[in-house]
Write a protein of this length. Structure first.
Length: 415
């Protein structure tokens, strides 16, 4: 099979992972609530298991991508993530869910950093920004196809979408192995043992982060966003099921309603992003930071409205607004972050170091929100999570004001 050039390969890759994302997540929470019988705290702990594994393996797998191969890291990611999905879906028990989520999270770390580093190595800055925005659109189309496939599968068995997602994830690994070119990466010359070289790479990656002011700001942003995302992603379905109530309309059950909402999010994101991607891919880092400030202000307001609304249609509208704003903010954020890293040989490690802050926010803040949900209700947990987004506005404002250049934020950059 002929290896694809970077841009078409990225679009294909994004579309396939969008398909897997829809299959693996849209009906899984309903499966965990109904078939496994997990409580709000257990739902959050399932995500915590994923995030703890993510935190443990994030930097080591970033080092693998920098020292050996970005493509190899992505192949491993597809196999391990697929295995985690299969474990979660095959045995409906709380302990297997925790185990599968941990495997899933470990597999994700092989993607995190490696895919962005591969794209930056294989393209110039303009092509990279275009690939992020156009790839996000293709990913939304893939997600839409996954949602359409998930509905009939879930009606047969709630586990089927997750099992199919695991199989497709392994298939992506095969595609990457045979079709992804890797011309921009040069494997560094080995100096000393594998362990010693890996430790040096990790140390140099940390120095890059500490020596780049915008990356110091990113650490705080990731930390806050992680705490909110973990609570929101684990509890929004429970809020609609337990606090709001699913309407008895056309005989639709919770699974179908959640699938409809997911399809609506994808269609709205496609429609809203279509006229914007061409503008966004030409923005400077300072303007990207300003755009992200506005989008995260909207995100906080929409998340707060969702948490406080107690009737179906307003709650559904608030959820759609929250999900669409978060979806649209992803590509500009990745372009802003990846464009701020100038040390290509350490790119995957640097991205992994920054991502650990998000993981720490998720496994640190998620259980707190789960405990709040158990004691005071899901609405209280979601409200607290939305309020936690407030510090991101100050961090983005600082990035806008100084364009990521504040000497007092960082130590000298020495690598």
């Amino acid at each position: 099979m002929t290896r694809l050039a970077a841009y078409p390969m990225w679009l294909t890759y994004s579309g396939l992972w969008g398909f897997v994302a829809a299959l693996s997540w849209v009906t899984t929470p309903v499966y965990l609530i109904r078939d496994v019988g997990m409580s709000p705290l257990e739902l959050v702990l399932a995500g915590t298991a994923l995030e703890v594994a993510y935190s443990v393996f994030e930097v080591p797998t970033g080092i693998v991508a920098d020292l050996y191969s970005r493509r190899l890291s992505l192949v491993v990611a597809g196999v391990v993530m697929g295995g985690g999905m299969l474990v979660v879906g095959l045995v409906p028990a709380a302990w297997t869910v925790l185990l599968g989520m941990a495997v899933w999270g470990a597999g994700w770390t092989f993607r995190s950093g490696a895919e962005d580093a591969w794209l930056a190595d294989e393209t110039d800055r303009d092509t990279m920004n275009r690939a992020y925005n156009r790839g996000a659109q293709v990913g939304r189309v893939g997600r839409l196809l996954g949602l359409v496939a998930a509905i009939p599968l879930a009606l047969v068995d709630l586990r089927l979408p997750l099992l199919v997602a695991g199989a497709v994830s392994v298939g992506i690994a095969v595609l990457v192995a045979v079709a992804m070119a890797e011309h921009g990466f040069t494997r560094p010359e080995r100096t000393g043992s594998h362990v010693a070289q890996g430790l040096r790479t990790a140390r140099d990656g940390v120095r890059v982060v500490r020596g780049t002011p915008v990356l110091v700001l990113v650490l705080g942003i990731f930390l806050v966003l992680g705490a909110w995302q973990e609570g929101f992603d684990r509890l929004w379905e429970a809020h609609l099921l337990l606090d709001v109530g699913v309407p008895d309309l056309f005989g639709l059950d919770g699974v179908t309603w959640f699938s409809v909402l997911a399809i609506a999010v994808t269609l709205l994101s496609l429609g809203v992003a279509a006229p914007l991607v061409t503008r966004w891919e030409r923005l400077s880092p300072a303007r990207l930071a300003r755009l992200l400030l506005v989008m995260h202000l909207l995100l906080m307001l929409c998340a707060l409205a969702f948490a406080l609304t107690g009737t179906w249609w307003p709650a559904a509208a608030a959820y759609l607004a929250t999900a669409v704003v978060r979806d649209l903010a992803g590509p500009p954020f990745h372009a802003w972050l990846n464009g701020s890293i100038t040390d290509s040989p350490l790119r995957a490690t640097v991205l992994s170091v920054t991502s650990i802050a998000g993981s720490a926010g998720e496994w640190g803040g998620g259980p707190v929100l789960g405990l709040v949900g158990n004691r005071y209700g899901v609405r209280a947990a979601l409200t607290l999570g939305a309020v936690l987004l407030l510090p991101t506005l100050g961090l983005f404002a600082r990035a806008v004001r100084h364009h990521g250049v504040e000497p007092e934020l960082a130590e000298p950059h020495v690598v």
